[in-house]
Design a protein around this ligand. Structure first.
Ligand SMILES: *Cc1c(COP(=O)(O)O)cnc(C)c1O
Length: 401
């Protein structure tokens, strides 16, 4: 039968009914090793006992009360997030795009209350992805997401993320903030040079601009640090977090210094669902695990282990794999086929990966992935590469074996 869902997704022909750890079970009973984690969302894998227990307990007590009332679990989560970061304040929302909208509104309002309402423009970067709302497609700047949706929301100016002098030249009298993903996810796990990020920080300080980091994908331990900004030492004024923070429960947060958030006073912004008791309970449970002693250090360690195994795969399969890049467990495999073909070949070997831009396939397994599972995943990738070598008629290592 024809699907009754708006046909905007290119879905693979498989449905899952159950998950445990890094494994998903399809409706056919087949088991898949999941290195996609629902696009870096299932940070603690599936059926994590602490998350299941927390969510079911809270579900039996209270789901939703609205932001008209006190929210003790939200206060606790906000306190823990600000204690663990540069930030002083948190605003909870439901998706990455919404957190980014809050960040942009916050930056504009800060400039406005600081006497500069004209500084509403935001510099963003080529290859950026900030979400799918009208403003965020303008921020991302990709024609394929913008075309046909009416006038592009004004106030976003895009430049390449390579040349600091060009950034400096692009700052005009109307510029109020710079917004960047420290590692660009959707456009192909493109790691932004730490010195470039530090240069942006310096420039923002010199020119009175706010620095916004979109850590929707890189945050919550994914890159081997609690947040990716720690890798460069460039500290933002505003940071957005989503994907991994709910472990699969839809939630997001916009974190900021007190100064950056100065314009957001009672009534200036809000959300009906954001920060509800279910989301806050789950967010706290995710932090219980991620902030436990040694958890993030382990992510860094197994991430390095994975990239080493993948570098060996690249050497073994040079006709298919061109490059390995990333930080922690946010890994990009640049391939010589289309990323969709590569993902399909991996799926045939019951391994899930996520296609991205720049001919890259993302490997973003749950942060709890074991070394054994990483080895097994690389074995399946190797088998997929062998299939692809045969398909393109490339000489294969297996011929000799
Ligand atoms: C996924 C993503 C978004 C959008 O998040 P949604 O929850 O889909 O709105 C924004 N920024 C980055 C960096 C992302 O990876």
């Amino acid at each position: 039968m024809q699907s009754a869902i708006v046909p905007i997704y290119a879905r693979a022909d498989v449905a899952f009914e159950r998950g445990d750890g890094c494994w998903l079970t399809a409706t056919t009973g087949e088991r898949y090793l999941d290195f996609g984690a629902g696009i870096a969302v299932a940070s603690l894998g599936y059926s994590h006992p602490h998350l299941v227990e927390t969510l079911t307990k809270q579900a039996a007590k209270l789901w939703h009360t609205s932001n008209l009332f006190q929210m003790p679990e939200g206060e606790r989560l906000a306190r823990r997030l600000v204690d663990a970061t540069f930030a002083d304040l948190a605003f909870f929302a439901n998706s990455g795009a919404e957190a980014n909208e809050a960040a942009v509104k916050m930056a504009r309002k800060r400039q406005s209350v600081g006497g500069h309402p004209e500084k509403y423009r935001i510099l963003t970067f080529t290859g950026a992805f900030h979400g799918r709302t009208l403003a965020m497609i303008a921020a991302g700047g990709q024609a394929k997401y913008i075309e046909g949706f009416g006038p592009k929301v004004d106030g976003f100016d895009q430049i390449p993320a390579s040349n600091l002098a060009a950034v400096e030249a692009a700052v005009g009298p109307g510029t109020g903030a710079i917004m960047i993903e420290p590692i660009q996810g959707e456009s192909g796990v493109r790691v932004i040079a730490p010195e470039f990020l530090r240069g942006l920080r310096r420039l923002c300080d010199e020119r009175g601009l706010l620095l916004i980091f979109d850590e929707v994908q890189t945050g919550v331990g994914r890159c081997g640090r609690l947040f990716a900004y720690e890798l460069s030492g460039a500290v933002p004024d505003i940071m957005t977090v989503a994907k991994g923070i709910g472990g699969g429960f839809p939630m997001s947060v916009c974190l900021a210094t007190a100064d950056a958030a100065k314009g957001l006073t009672v009534g200036t912004h809000g959300t009906t669902f954001g920060g509800n008791p279910l989301a806050m309970a789950v967010g706290n449970a995710v932090l219980d695990v991620v902030l436990a002693d040694g958890f993030i250090a382990r992510v860094a360690r197994v991430g390095a282990f994975a990239r080493q195994r993948l570098a060996e795969l690249k050497d073994r399969r040079p006709h298919v794999v061109a490059e390995v890049r990333g930080e922690g467990l946010m890994i990009g495999l640049k391939v010589k086929t289309s990323p969709q073909d590569f993902a399909a070949a991996a799926r045939a070997h019951k391994l899930l990966t996520i296609p991205a831009g720049d001919n890259v396939v993302r490997l973003v397994p749950p942060l709890i992935v074991s070394e054994d599972e990483l080895v097994e995943g690389v074995r399946r990738l190797d088998a997929a590469c062998a299939d692809l070598e045969r398909a393109i008629g490339a000489p294969s290592k297996d011929a000799a074996a």
